[in-house]
Design a protein around this ligand. Structure first.
Ligand SMILES: Nc1ncnc2c1ncn2[C@@H]1O[C@H](COP(=O)(O)OP(=O)(O)OP(=O)(O)O)[C@@H](O)[C@H]1O
Ligand SMILES: [Mg+2]
Length: 197
């Protein structure tokens, strides 16, 4: 019921008893619609994956973010096509996207680095910046933190990939996000994936 508090406030002088209930109902429906859009967008397959393949899509993503944010990114992205399932590729792409978004939005970094490489049956991803860092423990302990998006969504995607996540921010000295994902065997990859993904 948080969508329309201003409208509610502005219209309250009308004093019709039905109006607050109608506004509550509008607000409830609008909140539900927003949740549904978030849910759909969470699961959508980025079109770049089909057009470019995972490796080029990731390189393109970093290049575009680096150009728009004016932060020099040092990038080392090894070929990672066809190592993950279709759904796994979406999750990896969204993890990288969120890590980059956070650097642009919050870090105030002078430089950043993205490394992705397959190594010993796993895929290793490191996204780091030399910006302001933050208090990760306090963030995790905050009961009001939104779930499903941002770092929570990122952690959820790592969990879906059976991977491991480390987030090492240190105040004033930047943030390093490390993700290690076990690579499925070729047999596991042949499992059918969701048709919409
Ligand atoms: N690289 C970073 N540098 C500095 N602070 C960061 C970094 N990444 C995350 N944070 C801090 O952690 C908080 C939580 O990040 P999170 O991604 O969960 O949410 P958000 O980016 O604020 O919102 P959303 O991702 O839903 O758009 C941020 O608000 C910011 O304070
Ligand atoms: Mg974020």
């Amino acid at each position: 019921m948080t969508c329309l508090p201003r409208v509610n406030h502005v219209l309250s002088p009308c004093r019709s008893p039905a109006i607050p209930e109608q506004l509550d109902e509008i607000s409830r429906v609008a909140s539900q619609a927003i949740e549904e859009v978030r849910e759909v967008s969470y699961n959508l397959r980025p079109y770049q994956l089909d057009r470019l393949g995972l490796t080029l899509a990731l390189r393109d993503l970093v290049n575009r973010v680096a150009a728009s944010a004016a932060i020099p990114f040092h990038t080392e992205i090894d070929p990672v096509d066809r190592l993950l399932s279709s759904e796994g590729e979406i999750n990896l792409f969204r993890i990288v996207q969120e890590g980059l978004n956070n650097i642009v939005k919050h870090s105030d970094a002078a430089t950043a680095r993205v490394t992705i490489r397959p190594a010993g049956g796993t895929l290793q991803l490191v996204i780091e910046d030399d910006g302001r860092g933050f208090d990760y423990a306090a963030l995790l302990a905050d009961p009001k933190r939104p779930r499903g998006f941002g770092l929570s969504g990122l952690a959820e995607r790592v969990r879906i990939l059976n991977g491991r996540l480390r987030c090492d921010p240190s105040a004033g000295q930047g943030t390093r996000l490390t993700v290690e994902v076990p690579l499925p065997t070729s047999h596991e990859q042949k499992q059918p994936s969701h048709p919409d993904r």
